[in-house]
Design a protein around this ligand. Structure first.
Ligand code: GLU
Length: 461
């Protein structure tokens, strides 16, 4: 056999019914890794045959998310909506081979007939010889008695009794091919060697195998069904309940390499016990055979922790570069070089940078009424602390050490420790009770602005 015949060809085949789901992203990643470590081909195929549920904007969003994650594809995107002729040919072939029959049973009729009996289609139209007509579904005839065995790389042999597989519909009454048919025809035509996908699709795999045998003389592809992702309650992740869109993580300042690194360990773990590997390390170490089959907990807290760690490990330059787009357009970060490392130490998402630095750039600070009343208006010591600081700040050296001394002394005068004494100053200059270390912040803010903000606060008392 030539090398191309042996080539590993995998595909990611999302249906564009929403943003890229973290579970699908993990599927894409495992396919991508498998292709990259085997000099294979990674195909992107958009399965958009369900006209009612699919939308073009999701198609675009999915491709963008893959790109953002760095999971570049080698072929595609193919779109099933542009390949209907191919499915037509496949259908004609199945009809010509006698693998199918038309069926006019309505759901109600079927339910009535099969009440209390085995669920699924009862084969009523099998031998009725109905001719093709608008509105009639085309069913695949499941013949034979042998069990259908899915040989799964992760799960071993999964056996399905043939008697439990109904004569399933492959073309709807409106002439649209069903998912399983288009999926198999494409996998044949694209010469996919390994089908790596979510466990939720395992129940359709025996049908896929039956179709494959009728449609192709090529050896069956190998299958690997990946474990489900679950939330902290061990429920399957759902887009209504859980934050599952990659887009959402991107928009709140997660780094793509952290998402990939984390998704990689949901179902697989590196031998060296490290938890956060870069893509090139994953290519080297990932092993499809070692993926396990129990559900994997998608832990947002852990992911956030990894993100913070990765942010802290960036060089200052890289951190500044990645901050762009996350801070105001005219915020010159070079103005706050001393503060940047302090920010970098404290954020776990890039979206947290702007709120920390806002006080440096916004001409007017906003104080929420509650904070104002607790730290300043309702604080009996606030006025004297602010007055003392304002006086000293006019003349003192402008460095964080001196500024700290001033606030310490202001606190001493009213019997307060530094922690309590600095609260009114912090609120007066930054609008918040939390944030970057105060004295470094004041140093960066400068004498004039600091004094102006304290004056302003005093004027309201
Ligand atoms: N389009 C299917 C889905 O999004 C995936 C099909 C497959 O990977 O075989 O669920």
């Amino acid at each position: 056999m030539s090398t191309t015949e042996n080539q590993i060809r995998v595909r990611f085949a999302p249906s564009p019914t929403g943003f890229l789901h973290v579970g699908s992203a993990r599927t894409a990643l495992y396919n991508w890794l498998y292709a990259r470590q085997n000099a294979g081909v990674f195909v992107l195929r958009i399965e958009d045959t369900d006209k009612e549920r699919n939308r073009q904007e999701w198609d675009k969003a999915i491709t963008e998310s893959l790109e953002w994650l760095g999971l570049n594809f080698d072929e595609g995107p193919y779109r099933q909506s542009e390949r209907t002729e191919l499915y037509r040919n496949g259908i004609d072939q199945l009809i010509a081979q006698g693998n199918t029959y038309y069926c006019d049973c309505t759901r109600e009729e079927l339910e009535k007939r099969t009440e209390g009996k085995k669920p699924g289609y009862d084969g009523f139209c099998r031998d009725r010889g109905l001719e093709k007509k608008a509105g009639l579904a085309l069913r695949f005839r499941v013949d034979g008695t042998e069990p259908v065995v899915v040989q799964d790389i992760i799960r071993g042999d999964v056996v399905f009794e043939r008697s439990a597989i109904e004569d399933f519909v492959i073309v709807k009454g409106n002439d649209d091919p069903l998912f399983v048919l288009a999926n198999v025809i494409d996998d044949c035509e694209m010469r996919i060697s390994h089908i790596i996908r979510g466990e939720d699709l395992l129940p359709t795999t025996p049908k896929a195998l039956l179709l494959w045998e009728c449609l192709s003389n090529e050896p069956l592809p190998k299958f690997a069904h990946l474990p489900m992702l679950v939330n902290e309650k061990r429920q399957k992740l759902s887009k209504r309940r859980d934050p599952v869109a990659i887009e959402e993580y991107r928009n709140s300042g997660f780094l793509p390499e952290v998402i990939c690194g984390y998704l990689a360990i949901l179902g697989w773990s590196p031998k060296d016990g490290r938890e956060m590997l870069a893509l090139d390390e994953l290519i080297e170490q990932f092993s499809l055979e070692d993926v396990n089959h129990s559900p994997a907990f998608f832990d947002v807290v852990k992911l956030t922790h990894f993100n913070g760690e990765m942010i802290r490990s960036l060089s200052l330059e890289d951190f500044i570069e990645r901050s762009s787009g996350w801070v105001g357009d005219n915020w010159e970060l070079s103005k706050v070089t001393k503060l940047i490392p302090l920010v970098q130490e404290r954020v776990s998402k890039l979206s947290e940078i702007a709120p920390m630095l806002e006080f440096m750039y916004e001409p007017e600070i906003e104080v929420d009424p509650d904070t104002w009343s607790k730290a300043i208006e309702g604080n009996p010591n606030a006025k004297s602390i602010l007055q003392y600081c304002l006086e000293q700040f006019r003349e003192c050296d402008w460095d964080s050490e001196t500024l700290k001394e001033v606030v310490l002394t202001a606190g001493d005068k009213v019997g307060l420790k530094l922690g309590k004494a600095q609260a009114p100053v912090r609120v007066a200059v930054s609008g918040s009770t939390v944030g970057l270390p105060l004295f470094e912040s004041l140093e960066a803010l400068g004498r004039d602005v600091t004094s102006e903000r304290i004056t302003n606060a005093l004027s309201k008392l």
